[in-house]
Design a protein around this ligand. Sequence first.
Ligand code: ADP
Ligand code: MG
Length: 292
Amino acid sequence: ATPTSIMVGTGRAAELGVLFRKGEALQALRGAKVIAFDKTGTLTEGKPELTDLQVGEGFDKDTVLAHIAAVEQRSEHPIAEALVAAAQERNLNLPGVSEFDTVTGMGVSAMVDGVRVNVGADRYLRSLEMDLAVFADTAGRLASEGKTPLYVAIGGKPAAILAVADKVKAGTPEAIAALHRQGFKVAMITGDNKGTASAIAARLGIDAVEAEVMPDGKVEALAHLRRQHGAVAFVGDGINDAPALAAADVGLAIGTGTDIAIEAADVVLMRGDLRAVPQALALSRATLSNIR
Ligand code: ADP
Ligand code: MG
């Protein structure tokens, strides 16, 4: 490709809200076989909401929710915001907390009214040797609905199962359909539960799912996709996504996401709308075939 054709291509991309930080990215995009997306905040809005709360025997719903929100007030995870908002909507008074702790990719914990409260993924509570069998049926149903099941333990006992759900962004189904028409495989990489991720992937027609990926495991998930399908373009928005954006054959960051993700990326999507991805790919093909 000549420098001029790349300039023209990147100029046209900019009109579409696609910013090429490196000229080579236009060429690299053309070689991609699979387009992998982060789920939360990329395929979805990244603004989860509490949809379900079922308490175990002997526990009161409002008390449990107040305990959850008290702990989550200390967390910056989008899930935390959803749970605090739910307690606020119900005008619950939140008890004081101490000894707050975040277990990355798993959940959070703190002391509330003299008892230990843990909130997080099933793997988190299982790692604390808690038996979640009473909630198994509910968890399966929630995941099959594309919701993320979470558990709460109070004083070392499983107290409740809850679920949060996040809306798929408006342009996402169309973007995926366009990528398929262009002949790409589409993949999802997420820290979320396998059942939940599979349900969302099935609904969106996504071909490959890497779920329950720990924040430092996204690069490895990418390598797995590359071994199976070939060169990978990765689209993400979060701090967690920065290493994968740098490691991908092409990294595309959502411009409304975190600065760290943008800095690690080759391409920045100025708007959150994923329809810009197939547009950028079409442009990369058109620009580079003009040169021949
Ligand atoms: P993702 O970006 O896909 O949500 P994370 O690594 O941030 O990935 O989180 C993975 C999982 O860990 C979440 O789906 C959730 O089950 C659990 N988790 C993380 N932070 C919290 C929190 N503050 N409260 C409850 N659960 C959490
Ligand atoms: Mg994200």
